[in-house]
Design a binder for this molecule. Sequence first.
Ligand code: HEC
Length: 153
Amino acid sequence: MPLLVSLFLLVFLAAPALAGEVAVAPEVDASALPTLGAQWLTANPYRGNAVAVDLGRLAYNQACARCHGADAATRAAPAPDLRNLDRYCRRIADAELQAACLRDNDDYFAHSVRHGKIIVGVTHMPPWEGVLKQELAWAIQVFIEAQARGARE
Ligand code: HEC
């Protein structure tokens, strides 16, 4: 029952509030990151890159925080807590399985960001393709992962 109630609230109440949202590019200089070109990669190339975490924080707070919460550090935001995205991968002990899990996760992250979340014609999240450089998208992901590790490990 609580699940049904949350689904109802999400679909019928949250959706109109977020409808018509447009993606606005963050003003963050990505030139300190290795350039990736126009073709989107399928896996995050910046894991372990501390500069990417810092730039990702700046870009996240400009572009994503208004829906997903400041600094990716609150559960009280209207949109999902993105720290949960790599939660299952982090729990896998086997290195090879964990790498495969992260690849799937990267693919899902990139797909969600590029195409947004448009559900039965309602824009829950605008598409970021053509607005957000892929360098900043991957930097945002490593920043979110760093926040997730800080919060739970
Ligand atoms: C206008 C509000 C809004 C903005 C701005 C926004 N998002 Fe979202 N995002 C949402 C909503 C709402 C969902 C959940 C959509 C659904 O599945 O119903 C979502 C879902 C996602 C998901 C999938 C999460 C999951 O658990 O499946 C990812 C990844 C994501 N957003 C990343 C981003 C990133 C990165 C940014 C900044 C570049 C961003 N979002 C900016 C509203 C927003």
